[in-house]
Design a protein around this ligand. Structure first.
Ligand SMILES: N[C@@H](CCC(=O)N[C@@H](CS)C(=O)NCC(=O)O)C(=O)O
Length: 207
């Protein structure tokens, strides 16, 4: 299986972390977003949204990182997906919540403080950062409270929800996300970062 990816992208990293945890081999196909490689016709054929990550498994093409993570887990007999219907629904709850709320709040810091510098497209916009601070405080508080006394986002075992949510904070230190106010997120983030799947996924970025 091939994964088209821009290595530092949180959406790609979480797919790699899940693949590593499941022991599935993904061949990385790098797509340099800074050079517009995602806008080439052959790429748009794979994903008309021109976004990475994209999984190619033979003639099967799948985009959207959440769907890709689920596919990898289904292929592994449902590992990293709870069997209990309530836990399974909670896994989806936290992944939907992350996609809709937490990741976009984190994404403001990523874009304003890191991506703009990388692409040389201007200074951070204080209005955007103020909005980021407001949303980060609101949704971060929800996760922080939830993680009190917990090692995992859902239940007592690793699920794809852990990888999904953790990825939002993966570049927190490099782009000034205001994590200092959230001790539980910081504790859980440290635990996730130290796991073998994330050490392997992040090794690609550190190269
Ligand atoms: N909802 C998508 C988001 C993917 C996404 O935003 N990818 C970004 C990089 S992190 C991208 O490819 N951007 C290029 C573009 O939008 O043209 C997912 O979870 O896979």
């Amino acid at each position: 299986m091939k994964l088209y990816t821009f290595p530092p992208s949180p959406n790609s990293l979480r797919v790699f972390a899940v693949a590593h945890e499941l022991g599935q081999n993904l061949e990385m196909v790098p797509v340099d977003l800074t050079k517009g490689e995602h806008l080439k016709p052959e790429f748009i054929k794979l994903n008309p949204n021109h976004k990475i990550p994209i999984l190619v498994d033979g003639d099967f093409v799948l985009w959207e990182s959440t769907a890709i993570m689920l596919y990898l887990a289904y292929r592994s007999g449902g590992r990293l997906i709870p069997t209990d219907p309530k836990l399974r629904a909670q896994m989806h709850q936290w992944m939907s919540w992350n996609t809709a709320h937490m990741a976009p709040a984190c994404g403001i810091f990523l874009y304003e403080n890191l991506v703009k510098k990388l692409l040389n497209i201007g200074d951070p916009d204080p209005k955007q950062l103020a909005q980021g601070n407001e949303e980060f405080a609101r949704f971060g508080a929800v996760l922080n409270d939830h993680l009190k006394g917990r090692g995992h986002v859902v239940g007592n075992e690793s699920t794809i929800a852990d990888h999904h949510v953790f990825a939002s904070f993966v570049h927190a230190d490099d782009c000034g996300m205001p994590l200092a106010q959230f001790a539980e997120i910081k504790r859980w983030r440290g635990e996730m970062q130290a796991t073998v799947p994330w050490q392997k996924a992040l090794a690609v970025v550190k190269r």
